[in-house]
Design a protein around this ligand. Structure first.
Ligand code: BES
Ligand code: MN
Ligand code: ZN
Length: 478
């Protein structure tokens, strides 16, 4: 993240000034940044429903964006983010490097969301271009002292940086980002944030008897890893840790139950989106010094149809001792998450949240606009995370874990099968995971929202970094 944010007593002299307004705007308050004549022009434009618009007066450019105060606040926040994206775009066109913000609405949080989007819209992944392809110009944001506090601006910088790290991890192809390399990237992040990390190698994973993770790895040329990150501040509010578990399949071919090559495999470098999310979340939490004891666990491998690949019909003994009949090697995420969820028991956690690009069914049900979730955590935890979902616009929608769905996993030769049939695939996947938990638990299936083929406003293109802002907001308010 190479944009600096500073706070100023007087933004009126800025050459490029953004003003957020709404129906509650006190037009007198604009006097400090605009002449009465300009304030009048602004009101006339808004009366004609021109929104947003740009005013050029001499050497200065004024961007005015009006936010509908009739809408729910979480919707207003997203409108502010959309404006952030649009204004970032027009700054790029004009190669403008600095911009200032004045919030003339009655909602402080709209400035937060606007700046968040200005930052998030600036993401690029230039690593593999041999020529300079940089199209982003913004490097400095100046914020009126009444719009945001110093603490908020540093939180925004930390968050954008963490989301960028998650996006980059997803965007890295598997010919760079193997499981071992992902462990290396996590070590860099842990060092930067001052948190503890261990990356278990194959030997250690074998000694732990993580049968699910090892089975998925059988067909691979690369060893698996299991990363454990821990952030434990001196004055943590929680007695028992909150554990985040991320699916770290660095590439999913489907294994012997090979995915059809057309389309369905193209984006499968994104199958570690859950891993990127939880590592970036604990990174952000540590940098922002949230008073919470957190652990992040990432089981990682690629899923390939190599010579020794695990095979439909195999029965695998999992770390918890239970057996699984594998009937589709493409249902690999649950195999590796199962061992991680079992491993999490040793922390006696007060809450475990797993994040995974787990099922096409979740994507079919909700598209790319929401995350399917389910779990055994209590109602108040669910309400809180749903609220964070709306506030960050990383929305969640709950699915049920009724026992009938569990019956769909019954096997004739083992404790359970790894697939539940054609129907309700995101729920049977969740039921499978549930059997490896003995603590309050939430499962977030981000298959739809983790990756986007075309630019999706401030979410960018490719890896979206979904879940980082959501979980950070949830933890901040925990
Ligand atoms: N990684 C996929 C799920 C996925 C699909 C993620 C689309 C992102 C976009 C997962 O491992 C998978 O293959 N799931 C199967 C499960 C099935 C075989 C029971 C699926 O959803 O088809
Ligand atoms: Mn799969
Ligand atoms: Zn997968």
């Amino acid at each position: 993240m190479n944009i600096s944010i500073s706070i100023s007593n007087d933004v009126s002299q800025s050459a490029n000034l953004v003003v957020l307004v709404n129906e509650k705007t006190n037009w007198k308050s604009l006097e400090s940044i605009a002449s009465p004549a300009i304030a009048k022009v602004i009101q006339d434009k808004l009366a004609k429903k021109v929104n947003p618009f740009v005013l050029n007066s001499g050497l200065e450019t004024l961007y005015v964006a009006s936010i509908d105060s009739q809408k729910e606040l979480w919707q207003q926040r997203e409108i502010a983010r959309k404006f952030g994206y649009q204004i970032n775009k027009s700054l790029n066109v004009q190669k403008i490097e600095s911009v200032a913000l004045f919030n003339a609405t009655n909602e402080a949080v709209l400035a937060f969301s606007f700046v968040e989007s200005l930052l998030l819209s600036n993401y690029e992944f230039p690593k593999y271009f041999t020529q300079n392809t940089n199209t982003k110009s913004l490097s400095k944001i100046t914020i009126d002292k009444n719009a945001l506090t110093k603490a908020e601006t540093s939180e925004l910088s930390i968050l954008a940086d963490a989301v960028f790290k998650a996006r980059t991890l997803v965007n890295e192809p598997v010919n760079f980002l193997t499981s071992v390399q992902m462990g290396e990237e996590f070590k860099k992040m842990a060092k930067e944030a001052g948190i503890k990390i261990q990356v278990f190698d194959k030997k250690k994973i074998e000694s732990l008897k993580m049968g699910g993770l090892l089975a998925v790895n059988y067909g691979s040329q690369e060893p698996p890893t299991f990363s454990v990150l821990e952030y434990k501040p001196a004055k943590a509010k929680n007695k028992q840790p909150i554990v985040l578990v991320g699916k770290g399949v660095v590439y999913d071919t489907g294994g012997l139950s090979l995915k059809p090559t057309a389309n369905s495999m193209d984006q499968m470098k994104c199958d570690m989106g859950g891993a990127a999310c939880v590592a970036s979340t604990i990174y952000a939490a540590a940098k922002a010094k949230l008073p919470l004891h957190l652990v992040a666990l990432v089981p990682s491998t690629d899923n390939r149809p190599g010579e020794n690949a695990y095979t439909p019909g195999d029965v695998i003994r999992m770390m918890d001792g239970s057996t699984v009949e594998v009937l589709n090697t493409d249902a690999e995420g649950r195999m590796i998450l199962a061992d991680a969820l079992h491993y999490a028991k040793r922390y006696k956690p007060e809450l475990v949240i797993d994040v995974a690009t787990l099922t096409g069914a979740a994507m079919r049900a909700l598209g790319t606009h929401a995350t399917a979730y389910m779990g055994t955590a209590n109602k108040s935890v669910k309400e809180k995370i749903e609220k964070s979902g709306f506030d960050t616009y990383e929305r969640l929608w709950e699915f049920p874990l009724w026992e009938e769905y569990g019956k769909m996993l019954e096997s004739s030769i083992a404790d359970k099968k790894n697939i539940g049939g054609d129907l309700a695939g995101m729920i049977t996947a969740g039921k499978f995971l549930e059997t490896f938990t003995d603590y309050p638990w939430l499962h977030l299936d981000i298959a739809g929202a983790a990756f986007t083929l075309s630019e999706s406003e401030y979410r960018g293109r490719g890896g979206t970094g979904i879940g980082v802002r959501l979980l950070f907001d949830f933890l901040k308010n925990y």
